[in-house]
Design a protein around this ligand. Structure first.
Ligand SMILES: [Zn+2]
Length: 314
């Protein structure tokens, strides 16, 4: 059986796995990302590949990287949350692991995995939105990843939602990612806890009484426990997501939109308000059928599964 390794390199963790041609994950390895030094990042990627290669016979490696990849799919041009600046990632990994390597944007890889093995298996046109610390995006058009001319298509997170809005890691301001990501959720919750402590009782208890100590998992747990401020923060986030999804449908006209990423794992807390707003504001409503919203099927392994599959069909 032909086995490949997929490595999902995010701002905080490197998650690698051995994947079969059917998209089954046989083993995984996880490490923190040394995000400040490009050599350390490459070293850790090579280490996890070699570790998996000890127990399995690996044919090729796919790296899903949280950054903008050039059209030749070998250089990471820029990564908002990592130190990569015109980083020749494919060559750097290839020389360390002595296997063929392909590099893909992490959200493109996740979109590919959902198309091949997950929530989008019966769809030929889909877009994926990953709601994590930031917002990632991928698109599969006519059964192929759509990368655009310069390799940077589907970067939905950096479309401008608010002129002169909140500053963004990409250097611009008012990007959608600043209003509809995990980072935004925490900002909303902190703000609400500061303004009305009684509505944020559970949340503030978890944060030791300090609004500044609130983090993403706390907001999810507090919302699940019925905390009013945490629930309202999810509704606010869902609204922003719904508005953006309606814009994306006007631009891409996909069969479905798949919501993935760590924050989407909060399930109904996010998907209910997002779907409600999307249904209300989409410009095409009532005139034609519009894309349905689905929840990602492969969880946090989508990036590595997609990268591994792309390494197989390189
Ligand atoms: Zn941005």
């Amino acid at each position: 059986m032909s086995l490949t390794v997929g490595v999902d390199v995010g701002g905080t963790k490197v998650l690698a796995g051995v994947v079969t041609p059917d998209g089954e994950v046989l083993a995984t390895v996880r490490r923190p990302t040394p995000s400040q030094d490009v050599n350390d990042t490459a070293r850790v990627i090579a280490e996890v590949v070699r570790e998996l290669d000890e127990d399995f016979s690996i044919e090729a490696v796919g790296v899903g990287a949280a950054g903008w990849i050039d059209a030749s799919r070998s250089v990471v041009l820029h990564a908002p949350n990592l130190a990569w600046r015109r980083e020749p990632l494919r060559d750097r990994i290839q020389e360390r692991v002595d296997l063929p390597v392909v590099v893909e944007n992490d959200a493109n890889a996740a979109a590919w995995a959902e198309y091949r093995f997950g929530a989008g298996q019966d769809q030929h046109h889909l877009i994926l939105i990953t709601v994590g610390t930031g917002i990632g995006g991928g698109a599969v058009v006519n059964g192929e990843i759509y990368r655009g001319h310069f390799g940077m298509a589907a970067e939905y997170g950096h479309t401008r939602a608010v002129p002169d809005g909140h500053p963004c890691g990409c250097g611009a301001s008012g990007c959608w990612e600043q209003y509809a990501s995990g980072k935004a959720l925490v900002r909303f919750a902190k703000q609400r806890a500061r303004e009305d402590a009684s509505a944020a009782r559970v949340l503030l208890e978890m944060a030791g009484g300090h609004a500044d100590h609130i983090d993403g998992p706390m907001v999810t747990r507090a919302a699940q426990a019925g905390d009013a401020a945490a629930l309202a923060s999810f509704t606010e986030l869902g609204d922003w997501l719904g508005w953006g999804m309606a814009d994306l449908v006007s631009g891409w006209d996909p069969q479905c939109i798949i919501l993935g990423g760590g924050v989407a794992e909060a399930g109904d807390l996010l998907s209910v308000p997002a779907r409600e707003t999307y249904a209300k504001v989409t410009a095409l409503r009532g005139r034609t059928e519009v894309a349905e919203v689905r929840i990602a099927g492969l969880g946090n392994k989508a990036g590595l599964i997609g990268a591994a599959d792309l390494a197989r069909i390189r």
